[in-house]
Design a protein around this ligand. Structure first.
Ligand code: NAD
Length: 298
């Protein structure tokens, strides 16, 4: 049994902490929101009075927070309370620069650190089937791997500090671009009188095959479990896709990489969000591409 501190018990962190309890670990948690603290307590998490209090006896600390500024401020608060040698893991999706600053703060305190963002969404967090993309030293990865494996099915070491975040935003840039491409193909097929099923049958077994088509097919029918069959809810929120595409654009600007389709995808998702569709699954972008009424007169 390891004593694990878990800071940020929201949609993702709550079920992830619960899975660590189920795996037999002692989990001490904290969140600024009372409802999240209460839900975690119901899952067997010991709730602390503050983030600093949560980490005092921890051998491993996990954070699962909205953005880079939250991670930097929470790490600034908890590192002085953590014992040197503690392993600190951030699983939030944040900008590469903030991730690298957080690693430097941990090193100053004599702590091991890992950036370990996830894919798999709330469903994956509940089912312990997340994929962790990890950046940090081999020592940090070796210590984190057995803990992360209790919350996910794949734990991949992507290289040095920040490379987990780099892998996450590169992957999600592919996802955002590919979903828009798949949606454009279905809309073109509609205009040409080609059925959704016929396009799916061809493209899913041809060179157009991709995850956006075969797992999150943006039209109802061909993939019964895709969010399109359920009014585009739940799924991977369009607002989170926009967040990840913006992070990819920030990283591309600072690294001097040309990502013209990533930039276009970020703008298309910005428009979708501006139309009030941020809560819908990201495959609902097909409605914007059709140029049809989104249900509220737009
Ligand atoms: P969320 O908003 O549900 O959870 C974040 C939690 O952090 C909230 O409960 C909030 O109260 C808490 N928090 C904020 N500031 C805090 C502080 N100073 N101290 C303690 N707690 C604090 O968000 P989420 O959906 O759980 O996502 C968390 C992270 O995971 C984000 O970076 C997100 O981009 C990423 N992510 C989310 C999904 C998803 O499908 N929801 C998928 C992959 C990655």
């Amino acid at each position: 049994m390891t004593t694990i501190a878990f800071i940020g018990l929201g949609n993702m962190g709550g079920p992830m902490a619960a899975n660590l309890v189920k795996a037999g670990h002692r989990v001490v948690g904290f969140d600024v929101v009372e409802a999240s603290r209460a839900a975690a307590a119901g899952e067997g998490v010991e709730v602390a009075a503050s983030a600093a209090d949560a980490v005092r006896e921890a051998e491993v600390i996990l954070t699962m927070l909205p953005a880079g500024k939250h991670v930097l401020s929470v790490w600034a608060e908890i590192l002085p309370a953590a014992s040197p040698g503690t392993l600190v893991v951030d699983s939030s999706t944040i900008d590469v620069e903030s991730a690298r600053r957080a690693h430097a703060m941990a090193a100053e305190r004599g702590c091991l650190s890992l950036d370990a963002p996830v894919s798999g969404g709330v469903g994956g967090a509940k089912a312990a089937t997340l994929t962790f993309m990890c950046g940090g030293s081999t020592d940090a990865f070796a210590r984190a791997e057995p803990i992360l494996a209790r919350m996910g099915k794949r734990v991949i070491h992507c290289g040095e500090a920040g490379n987990g975040q780099a892998a996450k935003i590169c992957n999600n840039m592919i996802l955002g671009i590919s979903m828009i491409g798949v949606c454009e193909a279905f809309v073109l097929a509609e205009r040409l009188g080609l059925s959704h099923q016929a396009l799916f049958d061809v493209a899913s077994t041809s060179s157009g095959q991709c995850w956006s088509l075969t797992s999150y097919c943006p039209v109802p029918g061909p993939v019964p479990a895709s969010p399109a069959n359920n009014g585009y809810r739940p799924g991977f929120a369009s607002a989170l896709m926009w967040k990840d595409l913006k992070l990819a654009q920030e990283a591309a600007a600072s690294a001097g990489a040309a990502t013209p389709l990533g930039a276009a995808a970020a703008q298309i998702y910005a428009l979708h969000n501006a139309l009030g569709e941020g809560g819908a699954d990201f495959s609902a972008i097909i409605n914007l591409i059709r140029g049809r009424d989104l249900g509220d007169g737009v």
